[in-house]
Design a protein around this ligand. Structure first.
Ligand code: ADP
Ligand code: MG
Length: 623
């Protein structure tokens, strides 16, 4: 993992520095946290600006920056956190703007009703579009966003009811009772209030149960769904939620925009703006909430300067600022690939997360199987990759309280067997049952729900999350807070239980000291241990470990063996794939040996060691 470690919500990008995420647990600690003080100062300055004798021009600028920031915030979540690129956010801005403009001008309805209509319409469109496009991978999603942005733009421009390309005039101002947000200095508070509340909601979301899944989606580029699925999360559902959230933020910005401008026409909702929103997020720092604000401010201010300056310099008029933006984007990507915000952010002290979970009640545990009961029953398991039979009718059982080893030379089919049992790979034929219930054919998240947890041969941690957060992700199925609860900070009691459990599991494997470290900063050995702790946080009845000792030093191996023995003593059952013979022999009750996809022999460590067939298999094929 060579990712530069950084937090998804704007914490220190510096190596080795203890990064402490999250909000303060109490008012007292909030006020002793330099980051909270910085935020309070920022809010105070923002609130004071319209009261000062600033020219109207600057108030207008600030209003637009706020509107852009709201849209970019959605992109921070969607693109920065989720890794889903959208060029089409401007279309959702358009839906929010047009819905309210149409309702208020044609029917004389209240802008507030317009807001509801806009959000409902946006949600409907986003759900349909998300349902269709979020299953696409690679380049298809960005292409699809371009397509829908164009389609919605021409729809807005061609509908008679929406005034075609002339748009709708005479959009009323937003009012609360007799108070009108007609003036720029008043709607300013509505815009910036919305932007800041949205920012806080996203910050809260990222530091929560659903947020950990969202941040995991982008962890291993291209393969970011396997691990969260194995932790029990439906990654598709979270992608839809992120997409919907980003669309609703864009729509909200569109509503404010329509009632600020008091007129709408299609031009601000076209692909050019769609690209510009993404541009803002990337330049500002798509990995952090405040990057959205930085990007919106920088782009808006530079754009205005350029629009005045460039025609003068060049002697002709035109949209030359886009060319300069192109160059700017390349420079930012080259010299500050994480965007501009992290440069400011590095100047702020790291956030402290108070350890406020010590007194939380423990999480509930699933009923434990009785010692000796058949836990896992694998029958005639078979997997063919085209002509290659990687697993050839393999059968074995694991009883509660046992440690079973699965060994064999490289390419014998061990990892494939793991994938089949844990629901990662569809099987060609055969049957797997866990505690008497058939699990073959179930997706990995449902296998996890039934009490089977696994680690990966190549550790899959989220490098920019802390060790503690990574482990807490493993407890996903044991808590229930959803996106809205998390945004509103109603999940804290449950979250404290989850973090307490995560810390306890880290203590158990001896990594309690490192809980605030970014996972990406850990060496390979400790990363494997964190994976085990993450699995344990899910309270499994059976733990599948794929080569846990690989890459560990001798001392670390001994520590790992001690941990595994202790897990066994506590009633947990383990299936262990391992290359290190001594490690397997000293730990396991029984060993299944595979070669070329077939089960060669099954027996006690002594029997396996004495077997000539096993010796031949290892001597014949291994390095
Ligand atoms: P082990 O973990 O025992 O080293 P694997 O289960 O990774 O072995 O692989 C078993 C065999 O299946 C190997 O020959 C490997 O090349 C093949 N294999 C594994 N995964 C795939 C796949 N996704 N597609 C095609 N062949 C695969
Ligand atoms: Mg393997």
């Amino acid at each position: 993992m060579n990712h530069h470690p950084r937090s998804a919500f704007g914490a220190a990008p510096s190596m080795g520095r203890h990064q402490r995420t999250g909000e303060a647990g109490s008012a007292v600690s909030a006020w002793s946290d330099p980051r909270s003080i910085a935020l309070a100062l920022f809010v105070a300055v923002l609130a004071a600006l319209p009261l000062l004798p600033l020219p109207e021009f600057w108030i207008t600028q600030l209003n637009y920056i706020g509107l852009y920031a709201i849209v970019s915030l959605g992109l921070v979540l969607l693109t920065g956190v989720g890794g889903l690129t959208s060029f089409g956010q401007a279309a959702f801005v358009g839906i929010g703007a047009y819905a309210s403009a149409y309702l208020t001008t044609t029917y004389g309805a209240s802008p507030w009703l317009g807001l509801l209509l806009g959000l409902a319409l946006t949600a409907a469109v986003a759900l349909v579009l998300g349902w269709v496009t979020l299953r696409m991978s690679g380049h298809y999603l960005p292409l699809a966003t371009i397509a829908w942005c164009l389609a919605l733009y021409y729809t807005m421009g061609n509908l008679d009811a929406l005034g075609k390309y002339d748009g709708l005039l005479g959009v009323p101002a937003i009012e609360i009772g007799d108070f009108s947000f007609r003036e720029g200095r008043r709607i300013y508070y509505l815009i910036w209030g919305t932007a800041l509340v949205a920012a806080l909601a996203i910050i809260h979301l990222l530091d929560s149960r659903p947020g950990r899944v969202m941040r995991a989606l982008n962890a291993n580029r291209g393969g970011g769904v396997t691990m969260p699925e194995a932790m029990g999360a439906s990654t598709f559902r979270y992608k839809v939620v992120m997409f919907l959230t980003a669309a609703l933020l864009a729509s909200l910005s569109g509503w404010l925009f329509a009632h600020l401008q008091r007129t709408v026409n299609p031009s601000p909702f076209g692909l050019k703006l769609g690209i510009e929103y993404l541009f803002m997020a990337v330049v500002g720092g798509v990995g952090s909430v405040w990057g959205a604000f930085t990007g919106a401010a920088v782009v808006k201010l530079i754009e205005d300067q350029l629009q005045v300056l460039l025609p003068r310099l060049l002697g002709t008029s035109g949209n030359y600022e886009m060319i300069v933006f192109g160059v700017m984007l390349v420079m930012v990507l080259k010299f500050a690939p994480k965007g501009l915000w992290p440069l400011f952010d590095a100047l702020l002290p790291a956030r402290r997360r108070p350890r406020d979970w010590a007194g939380a009640p423990p999480m509930e545990q699933r009923p434990k199987p009785k010692r000796g009961e058949v836990l896992l029953d694998v029958r005639e398991l078979r997997k063919a990759f085209g002509g290659l039979v990687a697993v050839n009718d393999v059968s074995f059982t694991i009883r509660a309280g046992e440690i079973v080893g699965l060994i064999g030379p490289n390419g014998a089919g061990k990892s494939t067997t793991f994938g089949l049992i844990s629901g990662l790979l569809p099987l060609t034929s055969g049957d797997v049952s866990l505690r008497g219930e058939r699990i073959s054919g179930l997706p990995s998240r449902e296998v996890a729900q039934r009490g089977l947890s696994r680690t990966f041969q190549h550790a899959k941690l989220v490098p920019e999350m802390t060790v503690l957060e990574n482990v807490a992700l493993g407890g996903y199925l044991r808590s229930h807070s959803g996106t809205l609860r998390a945004m509103l900070r109603l999940d804290r009691a449950e979250e404290r239980r989850a973090l307490k459990e995560a810390e306890a599991q880290l203590q158990r494997i001896g990594l309690g000291e490192q809980m605030h470290e970014l996972a990406g900063n850990l060496a390979l050995g400790p990363q494997r241990l964190v994976e085990i702790a993450r699995s344990l946080a899910g309270d499994p009845s059976l733990l599948l470990l794929d080569e846990p000792a690989a890459g560990l030093r001798h001392k670390e191996k001994q520590a790992l063996a001690a941990v595994l023995r202790q897990l066994k003593a506590s009633g947990l059952s383990l299936l262990l794939v391992e290359h290190d013979m001594d490690f397997v022999m000293s730990l396991t009750d029984r060993i299944v040996v595979m070669e070329f996809g077939t089960k060669l022999i099954e027996g006690t460590p002594a029997e396996v060691q004495a077997s000539p067939a096993v010796r031949a298999a290892y001597l014949g094929t291994e390095h």
